[in-house]
Ligand binder design. Structure first.
Ligand code: AMP
Length: 236
């Protein structure tokens, strides 16, 4: 099993891969906080804070929010007491500057997990996605419908479509991911391959299939808990 010291996890995935669904499941399973920069930013937008006001336009276009804003947000969150025994970072780092800021801040990571999905499936998944803004719970009109159409299963509150799930914004987000975030994944992969003892273990798994199938893959890999098998499973 994943041990006490193996709970600093980064999850990187293209839009539509089910990143937040998987991150919340892992957070629940290991009793660690789920830190999603997308959620933190959306909360700031909803609350109309200065940070939210500056982030809003970037997010609606599907572009990256500037590094300094996101880095400050994450550093503040990681300094909280509940992060001392681990965390799962969902959607951060997404640029090389963010990854380097994390390393420079002395944040040691145990795992970097990459979820893989092709663009056509990503578009199909995102176009039907609906979310419950207050909790971050996500649904899909076909693949994971709520019990009552348009309503959250737990609270009964309205579900909404994210502004950045429009086709144009999705295309931008995929392009930004390939151009800016895939090099971050490569950076972690190469760091792990050098067998540096400070490097996080790098694992890559397919995000196709049901959320349960992807969770099973993830838990299987984390349970192997050996840098040899993790890097081996990742081998590109
Ligand atoms: P997500 O919920 O992870 O898909 O993030 C939604 C949006 O928030 C992204 O399309 C970006 O506009 C912004 N965002 C989230 N995380 C980051 C990050 N690490 N760096 C820059 N922008 C981010």
């Amino acid at each position: 099993m994943v041990s006490e010291r193996d709970r600093r996890i980064v999850l990187i995935a293209p839009p539509g891969a089910g990143k937040s669904t998987q991150a919340t499941r892992l957070a629940e399973q290991f009793g660690i906080p789920w830190i999603s920069t997308g959620e933190l930013l959306r909360a700031a937008v909803r609350e109309g804070t200065p940070l939210g006001q500056s982030a809003r336009a970037y997010m609606e276009r599907g572009e990256m929010v500037p590094d300094d804003v996101v880095i400050a947000l994450v550093q503040e969150r990681l300094a909280s007491a509940d992060c001392q025994n681990g965390f799962i970072l969902d959607g951060f780092p997404r640029t090389r500057a963010q990854a380097e800021a994390l390393r420079a801040a002395g944040v040691n990571l145990d795992y970097v997990i990459e979820l893989e999905l092709d663009d056509a499936e990503a578009v199909l998944r995102l176009s039907g996605r609906r979310v419950h803004p207050a909790s971050g719970r996500t649904y899909h009109v076909v693949f994971h419908p709520p019990k009552v159409a348009g309503k959250d299963d737990i609270t009964g509150e309205d579900l909404v479509q994210r502004a950045d799930d429009t086709e144009e914004a999705v295309r931008t987000r995929l392009e930004v991911y390939r151009r800016q975030t895939e090099p971050v994944v490569a950076w972690y992969r190469e760091w792990a391959a050098r067998k540096d003892p400070n490097a996080p273990r790098y694992v890559r798994i397919s995000a196709s299939g049901t959320p349960e199938e992807v969770s099973a893959r993830l838990i299987g890999l984390l349970s192997a808990n050996s840098s040899e098998s993790a890097v081996g499973a990742a081998g590109r």
